[in-house]
Design a protein around this ligand. Sequence first.
Ligand code: FEO
Length: 477
Amino acid sequence: MNIHVKNNIFWVGKRDWEVEHFHGKEYKMQRGTSYNSYLIKEEKKVLIDTVDLKFRTDFVKNLAEEIDLNTLDAIVINHAEEDHSGALAELLALIPDTPVYCTANGVDSINGHHHHPEWNFKVVKTGDSLDIGNGKKLIFVETPMLHWPDSMMTYLTEDAVLFSNDAFGQHYCDEHLFNDEVDQQELFDQCQRYFSNILTPFARLVTPKINEILGFNLPVSMIATSHGVVWRDNPTQIVELYLKWAADYQEDRITIFYDAMSSNTRMMADAIAEGIRETDPRVAVKVYNASVHDKNEIITSCFRSKGILVGSSTMNNVMMPKIAGMLEEITGLKFRNKRASAFGSYGWTGGAVDRVATRLQDAGFDMTIALKVKWRPDLSALEACREHGRSVAREWALSPLPAAAPAVAAETASASGVENGEGAQKMICSVCQWVYDPAEGEPGQDVAPGTCWEAVPDDFLCPGCALGKEVFDPYEG
Ligand code: FEO
């Protein structure tokens, strides 16, 4: 089975709908992936990359149906990670003398994976080319650390196709091969997730390397990646996105993530988020529990953010293990141009917050003062959290803040408003923070909308924690 790409270029890769993880369990794939391998049938027959190790037998069998393997003149390995060179040993067992074109580092990493130093390696460097007949050449461009030392791209002249390997790819599986044939939002999301979680550490290398490639002034009609789609509709759109993402990217967005032994640190996170939103309604605020939510989504959100707030309960004097893992990963990703602050609830020592703050500072974030709360935050502590959020919103604002919205004072509400419950005093449960809004009542207990707190029956129970009216306080939020 093949898919026609252009002229004499054919996709002979493998789709993987069911794969869920990559790099061990560290990268969760939401929409599978593909391992793209390309067969070029000019006067010379050339294979660009292979597929993942687990598909090696199917791949070689399929390739043998596409071409007499003995007529294959060259194999180009742009990158040796096993999702691209995984079928090489099985293929070369059948055609052992076939030249393998790769970088000098490629020889090392291919041998490191396959242990066949006797293979017929042809080492190439940037600018080297291979004439494949019919007036066409393959030109090689080394791209070290995008994302391995051995990485390179291969450009096919005349057809103007750039085989970019991992760069510009995404873990995305679709029955269609080309970028204009798939769901655009899904594609964008997976491109951004891939860049955020895999390429961010090398972002500083992306711009000069892209500029070097653009400097060759080669036309590009398609970018044929090794995962996901082939970019044929406006193929350089992904190059432009990479240039944008590599330039210390940030949006007007704040990510808050935490882990909590009980709900105390979560209550802080919610109150901080509220304070941010109150003060700067323009900013997107996203809150995640690191032990519940998809780690790669949290990292993608951090990548998009101008700043992050990281919360942890103190457990055995240190931070929660999930937060420690997140901070280790974030340190490796080398985010730049971002603010950060730590927060958390504690019982008898607050060691976690200090450790989180230190780790964030070591990871290169521009730090804002931390916030600790002892035990479960009461109303006054929650107000301190909201005020912390307001302060963060002001300090991290990307442009002057909008004028504050006029406050609604319950006590000045009109008589008719109070009758409807609009503007009447809201009440908050001091235990679980559920808020009673007179305008809404509590239909679950037959308390009609418009019922002020004084008229709520004495046997009313908080829907959040089942405690009585006596635990409620006036709510000023
Ligand atoms: Fe670097 Fe697709 O592996």
